[in-house]
Design a protein around this ligand. Structure first.
Ligand SMILES: *Cc1c(COP(=O)(O)O)cnc(C)c1O
Length: 406
């Protein structure tokens, strides 16, 4: 007999690997920037999963694209290609620096392909000494063994040794350290335009320019991890577009499918050539359902008005956060770009970002953290002003409740 009793949070501890610690509420329905849980309680969504459901929940254009494709064709593998994948690849090439696209299902896979590609490109074009990947402290690039190793947070690699070698970590935004480290042995520099998981820390424009210049001088490839910053999140289609720096390879995922699992690695044709037939692949890569949804996402966000709307909403959100901070003095700094914002907590609140997350749920607000000291906000790119204002009002109550003497 199948157990028909309702699923509860306790079932997580009973049946699932203990690698997550989910909050107590179980969301069951979402519409736009509002979400409802099993008990019918309503929340304003300033999290979008983790910067994933970027057009809100159940956006009509995405629901239509998914339903249309669901009644047509789900999967054919990469033994054949398919129409949604071809249309999406063309759109990505038309809208970005890239000439070629590789599809996968997550950010970690998009970076895994990017990192394998820089090694393969070096192996195709240079001697065996040119294999070093330069990456940065605090960076986050995914959870496969290669991507945690390129990432710069020791807590994610501890216990998983031996790790892949040939990776050097440098302090983020340190131009001098970068100039000292890049040599003829360097095959790539890998950087997030804004470190997301690492604390919503924007790369300085001069740091990205130095990375580009050093890559050119030493014939290394510049890889931008835009898994979190891409797909309109910063108010540009991709963050590199307003940095004045163009990478050779870019990875993206998260907001790309608006909640449907899809990722991509983009590159110039000269670089992409190194992933020749048989060198890499993924069963689900280019899945028609995923690509049909991602195409619908692109159709919405490749629109100057929508991107201008992100920047306008960003100003409204920052103004609201500054007003809350004027009242409660909780934030040392509000930073980030577009609708990827981080509020770094003041000294006496350091280490307590998760308190805000649980207090948020109690007030009907979903927010994120980026490490122990930073509250991260990543609302929908099309969040209505009234939902934004309601979310800010709830955040004000969160701040008041935490500030109140126990
Ligand atoms: C989330 C994230 C990843 C990993 O993406 P997954 O889909 O979880 O594999 C990689 N890089 C950055 C910058 C991210 O924010």
């Amino acid at each position: 007999m199948t157990d028909k009793s309702p699923a509860t949070r306790a079932s997580f501890d009973q049946y699932m690997f203990p690698n997550y610690a989910p909050l107590d509420v179980i969301p069951v329905r979402g519409q736009g920037s509002r979400v409802w849980d099993q008990a019918g309680r309503e929340y304003v969504d300033f999290a979008c999963g983790i910067a994933v459901s970027s057009l809100g929940h159940c956006h009509p254009a995405l629901v239509a694209a998914l339903n249309e494709q669901a009644g047509r064709l789900w999967h054919v593998s990469n033994v054949m290609t398919n129409e949604p994948a071809l249309r999406l690849a063309r759109k990505l090439c038309e809208e970005t620096f890239a000439d070629r696209v590789y599809f996968c299902s997550s950010g970690g896979e998009a970076n895994e392909a990017a990192f394998k590609l820089v090694r393969k490109y070096a192996s195709d074009h240079s001697g065996p000494e040119k294999r070093e990947i330069i990456a940065f402290e605090n960076a986050f690039h995914g959870r496969t063994l290669f991507t945690v190793s390129v990432g710069g947070q020791a807590k994610y690699t501890q216990g998983f040794e031996p790790l892949p070698g040939g990776i050097t970590h440098l302090p983020f935004n340190d131009v001098e350290a970068l100039e000292r480290a890049v040599t003829g042995r360097t095959c790539a520099i890998v950087v997030e335009p804004i470190q997301g998981e690492g604390g919503v820390l924007p790369a300085a424009p001069e740091f990205l320019r130095a990375a580009r210049e050093l890559c050119d001088r030493h014939e290394a490839l510049l890889v931008f991890d835009e898994v979190q910053t891409g797909n309109g999140r910063t108010g540009d289609l991709y963050a590199y577009m307003s940095s004045g720096v163009t990478p050779d390879i870019m990875s993206t995922a998260k907001g790309m499918g608006g909640g449907f699992p899809v990722g991509a690695t983009l590159a110039t044709s000269a670089v992409a050539k190194s992933l020749a037939v048989g060198t890499h692949g993924s069963t689900y890569g280019g899945n028609p359902l995923a690509c049909a949804v991602a195409e619908a996402v692109m159709d919405v966000i490749c629109n100057p008005e929508v991107l201008a709307g992100v920047r306008r909403r960003s100003e409204r959100l920052i103004a609201g956060l500054e007003a809350i901070n004027d009242r409660y003095g909780l934030f040392r700094e509000v930073r980030g770009r577009g609708l990827l914002l981080g509020c770094e907590l003041v000294e006496e609140w350091r280490g307590r970002s998760r308190d805000f997350l649980s207090a948020g749920l109690a007030e009907g607000l979903m927010i994120l953290v980026a490490g122990p000291d930073v509250i991260r906000l990543a609302p929908s790119l099309v969040i209505p002003d009234e939902d934004m204002d309601e979310g800010l009002a709830r955040l004000d109550r969160v701040a008041a409740s935490l500030k109140a003497p126990a």
